[in-house]
Design a protein around this ligand. Sequence first.
Ligand code: ATP
Length: 360
Amino acid sequence: MAGIEIAELSTVYPNGVRAVDGLDLTVADGEFFALLGPSGCGKTTLLRTMAGLEQASEGAVRIGDRDVTRLDPGARRVAMVFQDYALFPHMTVAENIAYPLRVRRMSKVSQRDAAERTSAGLSLGALLDRRPGQLSGGQQQRVALARAIAVEADVLLLDEPLSNLDARLRLEARTFLKKLQRDLGLTTVFVTHDQAEALALADRIAVMESGSIRQLGSPKEVFQRPVDTFVANFIGSTPMNLLDGLIADGMVEVAGARLAPPEGLDLVEGTPVVAGIRPEYLRVVPGAQEVTEGVAGILGAVAIVENLGVTSLVTIECADGTLVGLTVPEQHEPAVGTRLCVVPEAGRLLLYGGEDGLLL
Ligand code: ATP
Protein backbone atom coordinates (compact mmCIF):
# COMPACT_ATOMS: atom_id res chain seq x y z
CA MET A 1 0.00 0.00 0.00
CA ALA A 2 1.11 3.52 -0.72
CA GLY A 3 0.03 7.11 -1.02
CA ILE A 4 0.62 9.28 -4.07
CA GLU A 5 2.46 12.58 -4.15
CA ILE A 6 2.37 14.83 -7.16
CA ALA A 7 4.56 17.93 -7.26
CA GLU A 8 4.41 20.76 -9.80
CA LEU A 9 3.30 18.30 -12.45
CA SER A 10 2.70 19.41 -16.03
CA THR A 11 1.80 17.22 -18.97
CA VAL A 12 2.03 18.93 -22.34
CA TYR A 13 0.93 17.10 -25.49
CA PRO A 14 3.03 17.40 -28.66
CA ASN A 15 0.41 19.77 -30.13
CA GLY A 16 1.18 22.18 -27.27
CA VAL A 17 -1.98 21.51 -25.19
CA ARG A 18 -1.03 21.89 -21.52
CA ALA A 19 -3.51 19.28 -20.22
CA VAL A 20 -2.04 19.24 -16.69
CA ASP A 21 -0.59 22.55 -15.59
CA GLY A 22 1.75 22.78 -12.59
CA LEU A 23 -0.42 20.64 -10.36
CA ASP A 24 0.29 19.65 -6.73
CA LEU A 25 -1.66 16.86 -5.04
CA THR A 26 -1.25 14.36 -2.21
CA VAL A 27 -3.45 11.28 -2.01
CA ALA A 28 -3.20 9.50 1.34
CA ASP A 29 -2.50 5.80 1.73
CA GLY A 30 -5.83 3.95 1.54
CA GLU A 31 -7.77 7.00 0.39
CA PHE A 32 -10.58 6.91 -2.18
CA PHE A 33 -9.91 10.04 -4.19
CA ALA A 34 -12.03 11.47 -7.02
CA LEU A 35 -10.86 13.70 -9.86
CA LEU A 36 -13.89 15.62 -11.01
CA GLY A 37 -14.43 18.24 -13.65
CA PRO A 38 -15.96 19.08 -17.01
CA SER A 39 -14.89 17.44 -20.24
CA GLY A 40 -11.40 18.45 -21.28
CA CYS A 41 -10.24 19.72 -17.86
CA GLY A 42 -7.34 17.23 -17.78
CA LYS A 43 -8.61 14.47 -15.44
CA THR A 44 -7.75 11.58 -17.73
CA THR A 45 -4.37 13.03 -18.63
CA LEU A 46 -3.52 13.41 -14.93
CA LEU A 47 -4.54 9.79 -14.26
CA ARG A 48 -2.59 8.53 -17.28
CA THR A 49 0.47 10.51 -16.15
CA MET A 50 0.22 8.83 -12.73
CA ALA A 51 0.07 5.47 -14.51
CA GLY A 52 2.99 6.30 -16.81
CA LEU A 53 0.88 6.10 -19.97
CA GLU A 54 1.68 9.78 -20.58
CA GLN A 55 5.08 11.33 -19.93
CA ALA A 56 5.29 14.15 -17.37
CA SER A 57 6.75 17.25 -19.04
CA GLU A 58 7.69 18.83 -15.71
CA GLY A 59 7.42 17.89 -12.04
CA ALA A 60 7.31 14.55 -10.25
CA VAL A 61 5.04 11.63 -9.35
CA ARG A 62 5.85 9.63 -6.21
CA ILE A 63 4.05 6.44 -5.20
CA GLY A 64 4.85 5.42 -1.65
CA ASP A 65 8.54 6.17 -1.17
CA ARG A 66 9.41 5.71 -4.86
CA ASP A 67 9.87 8.44 -7.46
CA VAL A 68 8.13 6.85 -10.45
CA THR A 69 8.22 9.88 -12.78
CA ARG A 70 10.54 8.24 -15.28
CA LEU A 71 9.47 4.62 -14.74
CA ASP A 72 7.58 2.56 -17.33
CA PRO A 73 3.92 1.81 -16.52
CA GLY A 74 4.76 -1.83 -15.74
CA ALA A 75 7.33 -0.85 -13.10
CA ARG A 76 5.04 1.56 -11.22
CA ARG A 77 2.94 -1.07 -9.41
CA VAL A 78 -0.31 0.63 -10.43
CA ALA A 79 -3.41 -1.07 -11.76
CA MET A 80 -5.73 0.80 -14.07
CA VAL A 81 -9.32 0.17 -15.14
CA PHE A 82 -10.44 2.00 -18.26
CA GLN A 83 -13.86 3.21 -19.33
CA ASP A 84 -14.30 0.40 -21.82
CA TYR A 85 -12.82 -2.23 -19.43
CA ALA A 86 -10.44 -3.32 -22.24
CA LEU A 87 -11.15 -7.04 -21.74
CA PHE A 88 -9.80 -9.49 -24.30
CA PRO A 89 -12.87 -10.87 -26.13
CA HIS A 90 -11.22 -14.16 -27.13
CA MET A 91 -10.15 -15.03 -23.56
CA THR A 92 -12.32 -16.46 -20.79
CA VAL A 93 -12.95 -14.52 -17.58
CA ALA A 94 -10.29 -16.60 -15.79
CA GLU A 95 -7.75 -15.94 -18.57
CA ASN A 96 -8.55 -12.24 -18.59
CA ILE A 97 -8.00 -11.96 -14.84
CA ALA A 98 -4.77 -13.96 -14.98
CA TYR A 99 -3.41 -12.17 -18.05
CA PRO A 100 -1.27 -9.54 -16.28
CA LEU A 101 0.17 -12.30 -14.09
CA ARG A 102 1.02 -14.34 -17.18
CA VAL A 103 2.79 -11.31 -18.62
CA ARG A 104 4.75 -11.10 -15.37
CA ARG A 105 5.69 -14.78 -15.92
CA MET A 106 4.10 -16.03 -12.71
CA SER A 107 3.65 -19.81 -12.47
CA LYS A 108 0.41 -21.37 -13.79
CA VAL A 109 -0.53 -22.39 -10.23
CA SER A 110 -0.04 -18.84 -8.88
CA GLN A 111 -2.03 -17.45 -11.81
CA ARG A 112 -4.94 -19.77 -11.07
CA ASP A 113 -4.77 -19.09 -7.32
CA ALA A 114 -4.85 -15.32 -7.84
CA ALA A 115 -7.70 -15.55 -10.36
CA GLU A 116 -9.75 -17.73 -8.01
CA ARG A 117 -9.06 -15.56 -4.97
CA THR A 118 -10.05 -12.25 -6.58
CA SER A 119 -12.96 -13.68 -8.54
CA ALA A 120 -14.46 -15.22 -5.40
CA GLY A 121 -14.35 -11.82 -3.65
CA LEU A 122 -16.13 -10.28 -6.63
CA SER A 123 -18.75 -13.06 -7.02
CA LEU A 124 -17.33 -14.09 -10.38
CA GLY A 125 -16.68 -17.73 -9.41
CA ALA A 126 -19.51 -19.06 -11.59
CA LEU A 127 -18.45 -17.03 -14.62
CA LEU A 128 -14.79 -18.00 -14.94
CA ASP A 129 -15.29 -20.00 -18.17
CA ARG A 130 -17.41 -17.41 -19.95
CA ARG A 131 -16.11 -14.90 -22.48
CA PRO A 132 -16.68 -11.11 -22.08
CA GLY A 133 -19.35 -11.15 -24.83
CA GLN A 134 -21.45 -13.44 -22.63
CA LEU A 135 -21.45 -11.06 -19.63
CA SER A 136 -23.57 -8.07 -18.59
CA GLY A 137 -21.95 -4.63 -18.33
CA GLY A 138 -21.77 -4.91 -14.54
CA GLN A 139 -20.16 -8.35 -14.74
CA GLN A 140 -17.61 -7.07 -17.25
CA GLN A 141 -16.77 -4.25 -14.90
CA ARG A 142 -16.17 -6.72 -12.08
CA VAL A 143 -13.86 -8.74 -14.32
CA ALA A 144 -11.89 -5.60 -15.15
CA LEU A 145 -11.62 -4.80 -11.44
CA ALA A 146 -10.66 -8.40 -10.58
CA ARG A 147 -7.91 -8.23 -13.18
CA ALA A 148 -6.63 -4.95 -11.75
CA ILE A 149 -6.74 -6.22 -8.17
CA ALA A 150 -5.11 -9.60 -8.94
CA VAL A 151 -1.89 -7.75 -9.77
CA GLU A 152 -1.65 -6.64 -6.12
CA ALA A 153 -0.74 -3.13 -7.15
CA ASP A 154 0.07 -0.31 -4.74
CA VAL A 155 -2.60 1.94 -6.21
CA LEU A 156 -5.72 1.51 -8.28
CA LEU A 157 -6.49 4.08 -10.98
CA LEU A 158 -10.02 4.10 -12.39
CA ASP A 159 -11.00 6.08 -15.48
CA GLU A 160 -14.79 6.46 -15.46
CA PRO A 161 -15.24 2.73 -14.84
CA LEU A 162 -19.00 3.09 -14.36
CA SER A 163 -19.75 5.25 -17.38
CA ASN A 164 -20.94 2.38 -19.60
CA LEU A 165 -23.52 1.06 -17.16
CA ASP A 166 -27.21 1.85 -17.13
CA ALA A 167 -28.59 3.84 -14.18
CA ARG A 168 -29.54 0.86 -12.01
CA LEU A 169 -26.38 -1.17 -12.61
CA ARG A 170 -24.39 1.95 -12.04
CA LEU A 171 -25.84 2.44 -8.55
CA GLU A 172 -25.22 -1.22 -7.73
CA ALA A 173 -21.66 -1.03 -9.04
CA ARG A 174 -21.06 2.15 -7.07
CA THR A 175 -22.01 0.53 -3.76
CA PHE A 176 -19.95 -2.51 -4.64
CA LEU A 177 -16.90 -0.43 -5.56
CA LYS A 178 -17.08 1.55 -2.35
CA LYS A 179 -17.26 -1.61 -0.23
CA LEU A 180 -14.46 -3.29 -2.17
CA GLN A 181 -12.19 -0.29 -1.82
CA ARG A 182 -12.89 -0.05 1.91
CA ASP A 183 -12.35 -3.78 2.50
CA LEU A 184 -9.05 -3.77 0.60
CA GLY A 185 -7.92 -0.35 1.86
CA LEU A 186 -6.50 0.19 -1.60
CA THR A 187 -5.36 3.72 -2.48
CA THR A 188 -7.71 4.56 -5.34
CA VAL A 189 -7.92 7.52 -7.72
CA PHE A 190 -11.16 7.69 -9.60
CA VAL A 191 -11.88 9.93 -12.60
CA THR A 192 -15.44 11.01 -13.21
CA HIS A 193 -17.36 13.89 -14.71
CA ASP A 194 -20.40 12.83 -12.66
CA GLN A 195 -20.45 14.96 -9.53
CA ALA A 196 -23.08 12.78 -7.79
CA GLU A 197 -20.79 9.78 -8.18
CA ALA A 198 -17.81 11.68 -6.77
CA LEU A 199 -19.85 12.97 -3.81
CA ALA A 200 -21.15 9.46 -3.05
CA LEU A 201 -17.88 7.57 -3.34
CA ALA A 202 -14.92 9.70 -2.50
CA ASP A 203 -13.18 10.50 0.77
CA ARG A 204 -11.92 13.63 -0.94
CA ILE A 205 -12.54 15.31 -4.28
CA ALA A 206 -10.38 17.52 -6.48
CA VAL A 207 -12.45 19.69 -8.81
CA MET A 208 -10.32 20.46 -11.87
CA GLU A 209 -10.48 23.08 -14.57
CA SER A 210 -7.94 23.83 -17.33
CA GLY A 211 -5.32 21.44 -15.99
CA SER A 212 -5.32 22.66 -12.42
CA ILE A 213 -7.26 22.09 -9.22
CA ARG A 214 -9.92 24.65 -8.36
CA GLN A 215 -10.92 23.04 -5.07
CA LEU A 216 -9.81 20.10 -3.00
CA GLY A 217 -11.82 18.87 -0.06
CA SER A 218 -14.26 16.38 1.39
CA PRO A 219 -17.56 15.91 -0.49
CA LYS A 220 -19.24 17.92 2.26
CA GLU A 221 -16.81 20.84 1.99
CA VAL A 222 -17.04 20.95 -1.80
CA PHE A 223 -20.84 20.76 -1.74
CA GLN A 224 -21.44 23.21 1.10
CA ARG A 225 -18.66 25.72 0.57
CA PRO A 226 -17.59 25.83 -3.08
CA VAL A 227 -14.57 28.16 -3.26
CA ASP A 228 -15.74 29.91 -6.42
CA THR A 229 -18.73 30.19 -8.73
CA PHE A 230 -17.21 27.66 -11.17
CA VAL A 231 -17.22 24.91 -8.52
CA ALA A 232 -20.58 26.13 -7.19
CA ASN A 233 -22.06 25.74 -10.65
CA PHE A 234 -20.55 22.34 -11.21
CA ILE A 235 -21.41 20.59 -7.93
CA GLY A 236 -24.96 19.66 -6.94
CA SER A 237 -27.62 17.67 -8.77
CA THR A 238 -29.77 20.79 -8.90
CA PRO A 239 -27.63 23.83 -9.75
CA MET A 240 -26.88 26.37 -7.04
CA ASN A 241 -28.69 29.71 -7.34
CA LEU A 242 -26.04 32.31 -8.19
CA LEU A 243 -27.78 35.67 -8.00
CA ASP A 244 -26.27 39.05 -8.80
CA GLY A 245 -26.52 41.40 -5.83
CA LEU A 246 -25.08 44.43 -4.09
CA ILE A 247 -23.97 45.31 -0.56
CA ALA A 248 -26.18 48.16 0.70
CA ASP A 249 -26.57 49.32 4.33
CA GLY A 250 -24.68 46.23 5.44
CA MET A 251 -27.26 43.94 3.81
CA VAL A 252 -27.21 41.85 0.63
CA GLU A 253 -29.67 43.29 -1.89
CA VAL A 254 -30.65 40.53 -4.26
CA ALA A 255 -33.72 39.83 -6.42
CA GLY A 256 -35.58 42.68 -4.69
CA ALA A 257 -34.88 41.27 -1.21
CA ARG A 258 -32.56 42.36 1.59
CA LEU A 259 -30.81 39.37 3.16
CA ALA A 260 -28.54 39.33 6.19
CA PRO A 261 -24.96 38.63 5.04
CA PRO A 262 -22.97 35.70 6.43
CA GLU A 263 -21.36 36.54 9.77
CA GLY A 264 -17.78 37.68 10.10
CA LEU A 265 -17.37 39.20 6.64
CA ASP A 266 -15.88 42.63 6.17
CA LEU A 267 -18.17 43.99 3.46
CA VAL A 268 -17.67 47.26 1.60
CA GLU A 269 -20.76 49.32 0.75
CA GLY A 270 -21.75 49.27 -2.91
CA THR A 271 -19.70 46.14 -3.73
CA PRO A 272 -21.24 43.89 -6.37
CA VAL A 273 -21.55 40.31 -5.13
CA VAL A 274 -23.01 37.02 -6.27
CA ALA A 275 -25.26 35.39 -3.69
CA GLY A 276 -24.97 31.60 -3.74
CA ILE A 277 -27.85 29.58 -2.26
CA ARG A 278 -28.51 25.91 -2.92
CA PRO A 279 -32.15 25.12 -3.81
CA GLU A 280 -32.09 22.57 -0.97
CA TYR A 281 -31.34 25.33 1.56
CA LEU A 282 -34.19 27.71 0.69
CA ARG A 283 -37.28 27.67 2.90
CA VAL A 284 -40.75 29.01 2.18
CA VAL A 285 -41.91 31.58 4.77
CA PRO A 286 -45.53 30.59 5.54
CA GLY A 287 -48.03 33.39 4.96
CA ALA A 288 -45.38 35.87 3.83
CA GLN A 289 -46.63 35.83 0.24
CA GLU A 290 -49.43 38.18 1.33
CA VAL A 291 -46.85 40.85 2.22
CA THR A 292 -45.38 42.79 -0.66
CA GLU A 293 -43.04 45.18 1.10
CA GLY A 294 -40.47 45.05 3.86
CA VAL A 295 -40.08 41.27 3.77
CA ALA A 296 -36.57 39.95 4.36
CA GLY A 297 -37.10 37.10 1.92
CA ILE A 298 -37.14 36.70 -1.86
CA LEU A 299 -40.62 37.16 -3.33
CA GLY A 300 -41.68 35.55 -6.57
CA ALA A 301 -44.36 33.63 -8.42
CA VAL A 302 -44.01 29.92 -9.18
CA ALA A 303 -43.04 29.60 -12.86
CA ILE A 304 -41.96 25.94 -13.23
CA VAL A 305 -42.44 22.80 -11.10
CA GLU A 306 -40.32 19.71 -11.85
CA ASN A 307 -40.96 16.47 -10.01
CA LEU A 308 -37.68 14.84 -8.95
CA GLY A 309 -39.29 11.92 -7.09
CA VAL A 310 -39.21 12.54 -3.33
CA THR A 311 -38.66 16.28 -3.86
CA SER A 312 -39.75 18.78 -6.48
CA LEU A 313 -37.68 21.57 -7.94
CA VAL A 314 -39.71 24.77 -7.96
CA THR A 315 -38.55 27.81 -9.94
CA ILE A 316 -39.96 31.16 -8.90
CA GLU A 317 -39.73 34.33 -10.95
CA CYS A 318 -39.12 37.56 -9.03
CA ALA A 319 -40.41 41.02 -10.01
CA ASP A 320 -37.03 41.91 -11.59
CA GLY A 321 -37.08 38.73 -13.71
CA THR A 322 -34.57 36.80 -11.56
CA LEU A 323 -35.25 33.05 -11.49
CA VAL A 324 -34.69 31.27 -8.17
CA GLY A 325 -34.86 27.50 -7.67
CA LEU A 326 -35.85 25.77 -4.46
CA THR A 327 -36.61 22.17 -3.61
CA VAL A 328 -39.70 21.26 -1.60
CA PRO A 329 -41.06 17.90 -0.44
CA GLU A 330 -43.02 16.50 -3.37
CA GLN A 331 -46.28 16.48 -1.36
CA HIS A 332 -45.94 20.26 -0.76
CA GLU A 333 -45.55 21.12 -4.44
CA PRO A 334 -47.16 24.57 -5.06
CA ALA A 335 -49.27 25.28 -8.15
CA VAL A 336 -47.80 27.37 -10.97
CA GLY A 337 -48.60 31.03 -10.33
CA THR A 338 -48.56 30.75 -6.52
CA ARG A 339 -46.71 33.63 -4.89
CA LEU A 340 -43.98 32.54 -2.49
CA CYS A 341 -41.52 34.19 -0.15
CA VAL A 342 -38.31 32.23 0.40
CA VAL A 343 -35.34 32.68 2.73
CA PRO A 344 -32.03 30.85 3.02
CA GLU A 345 -31.63 28.64 6.09
CA ALA A 346 -29.33 30.14 8.72
CA GLY A 347 -25.71 29.98 7.64
CA ARG A 348 -26.51 28.78 4.11
CA LEU A 349 -26.05 32.00 2.17
CA LEU A 350 -22.65 32.20 0.46
CA LEU A 351 -21.23 35.36 -1.04
CA TYR A 352 -18.89 35.45 -4.01
CA GLY A 353 -16.99 38.43 -5.41
CA GLY A 354 -19.02 40.03 -8.21
CA GLU A 355 -15.94 40.32 -10.39
CA ASP A 356 -13.62 37.41 -9.57
CA GLY A 357 -16.30 34.91 -8.47
CA LEU A 358 -14.24 33.90 -5.42
CA LEU A 359 -15.88 32.99 -2.09
CA LEU A 360 -15.78 35.96 0.31
P1 ATP B 1 -13.15 13.93 -20.64
O1 ATP B 1 -14.03 14.00 -19.43
O2 ATP B 1 -13.83 14.46 -21.87
O3 ATP B 1 -12.49 12.60 -20.84
P2 ATP B 1 -10.74 15.02 -19.40
O4 ATP B 1 -11.00 15.98 -18.30
O5 ATP B 1 -10.38 13.65 -19.02
O6 ATP B 1 -11.97 15.02 -20.42
P3 ATP B 1 -8.34 15.02 -20.98
O7 ATP B 1 -8.74 13.87 -21.81
O8 ATP B 1 -7.27 14.83 -19.97
O9 ATP B 1 -9.60 15.69 -20.28
O10 ATP B 1 -7.90 16.20 -21.97
C1 ATP B 1 -7.33 17.42 -21.50
C2 ATP B 1 -6.95 18.29 -22.69
O11 ATP B 1 -5.92 17.66 -23.43
C3 ATP B 1 -8.09 18.53 -23.67
O12 ATP B 1 -7.97 19.85 -24.15
C4 ATP B 1 -7.82 17.53 -24.78
O13 ATP B 1 -8.32 17.99 -26.01
C5 ATP B 1 -6.32 17.43 -24.78
N1 ATP B 1 -5.81 16.10 -25.17
C6 ATP B 1 -6.15 14.91 -24.65
N2 ATP B 1 -5.47 13.89 -25.22
C7 ATP B 1 -4.67 14.47 -26.14
C8 ATP B 1 -3.70 13.97 -27.09
N3 ATP B 1 -3.43 12.68 -27.15
N4 ATP B 1 -3.07 14.86 -27.88
C9 ATP B 1 -3.34 16.17 -27.80
N5 ATP B 1 -4.22 16.73 -26.93
C10 ATP B 1 -4.89 15.88 -26.12
